[in-house]
Design a protein around this ligand. Sequence first.
Ligand code: SDX
Length: 442
Amino acid sequence: MGAGNEKEARVNSAKLTLNIAGVEKTIDFPVIVGSENEVAIDIRDLRAKTGVIALDPSFGNTGSCTSAITYIDGDAGILRYRGIPIEQLGEHSSFVETSYLLINGRLPNKFELGEYSRKLTMHSLIHEDMKHFFDGYPSTAHPMAILSAMVCSLSSFYPEALDATNTELFDITATRLLSKVRTIAAFSYKKSIGQPVMYPRNDLSYCANLLQMMFATPCEPHEPDEEVVKIVNLLLILHADHEQNCSTSTVRVVGSGQANLFASVAAGICALWGPRHGGANQEVIGMLAKIQANGGDVNKFLSLVKDKSSTVKLMGFGHRVYKNFDPRALLIKKAADSALRKLGKPDPLLDVAKRLEEAALKDSYFIDRKLYPNVDFYSGIIYRALGFPTNMFTVLFALGRLPGWIAQWKEMNEDPTTRIARPRQIYTGNVAQDYVPIDSRV
Ligand code: SDX
């Protein structure tokens, strides 16, 4: 698979006839056809050939790149990483193996997987000086604020990684990032509850180490339960990449300026934080808890959502791409049932979530707008059952999405056609006017 895959896409051509202000012009544009037969008109020469630009404010109709990493079919509810369906990866793979697949473009053999796991284990410590950064934060600091700041600060400890064009350093930089983010996440949690941090243990697997750093204390070891480790692997796999979503596009835009991987990913973490994006998983729990506190009447809540003046959204529902169902939501809903049963931790919010979903999927307001549960609707229920606090949910989303951000950043940097991302605009402000001296102003 080539980098960026310009050469992998088939190129035809389209004639576009534009009649602008009475002037008719017919122009040829290349048509790009991808490996799943998606079609795009390549308009990179539109302005040069016509003097006009295309306007698409939230990029809903605009492709920013060709990519060989993740394929989504929003109507058929298909999600594949490097061609492999997430249902199969969820059942057979681990987060470390899926990270290798996304970043390197193929599944590792036994030796490669062992080596990759070993390297992730050997790079889990953060510099001792960095540990003191946590002392400066209030215990109420949101862990996403700490995570983005710490990830960007990693560049201070690996100055050689500042040169984004040095491809020799990519593997070690990506491995350090993927390994240390767990430590940073766990340290930020310990900071928020006033407990001493727990160092990583080299005898544990990737996800078991995260759990140990989160839930062990110097007085009490924490041997993560096998079932819990499997559930965490599944959740991280299901979040690992999702083509050109808001945060991934942010990583690509920041990286297109040749900013280093740490800085690009720190920007992606900030983009993910918003409640319309990765911050939704935290909002869903608040929404479910409020419904339950108000007597559990889901229809009353849905009436509020349908009343536009309320501006209340059904969090965890809706998606720009999935207009039928989000395959991840189906898998997470199933996992929620089995996780709560295996952990012996029934959660009344799961029942509220299921009744809310059932009522919404029967309601024409949601059906007409093609609104279905997305990845964030059920994930918080499981995180809660695993003992994670609500304000860590989006951090866990970021941890899962990390290999995807890294893979997309790498693909962008390897693509010889990559230029700095610099959208245009249509100006609607004042036309030319002169400066008015202060004494002449009213
Ligand atoms: C993620 O892009 C990705 O791939 C993201 C993600 C990933 O893996 O990276 O999948 C992760 O971010 C999932 C989405 C998590 N966010 C939420 O659950 C927040 C609630 N959802 C909405 O804010 C919304 O659905 C978005 C942001 C997800 C999508 O917004 P769009 O595509 O811009 O859709 P829209 O706002 O234009 O909505 C179309 C209509 C509108 O109604 P009308 O003006 O046509 O009457 O649907 C309505 C919206 O008001 N609508 C909702 C709704 N989502 C859309 N109404 C109530 N509740 C909702 N959740």
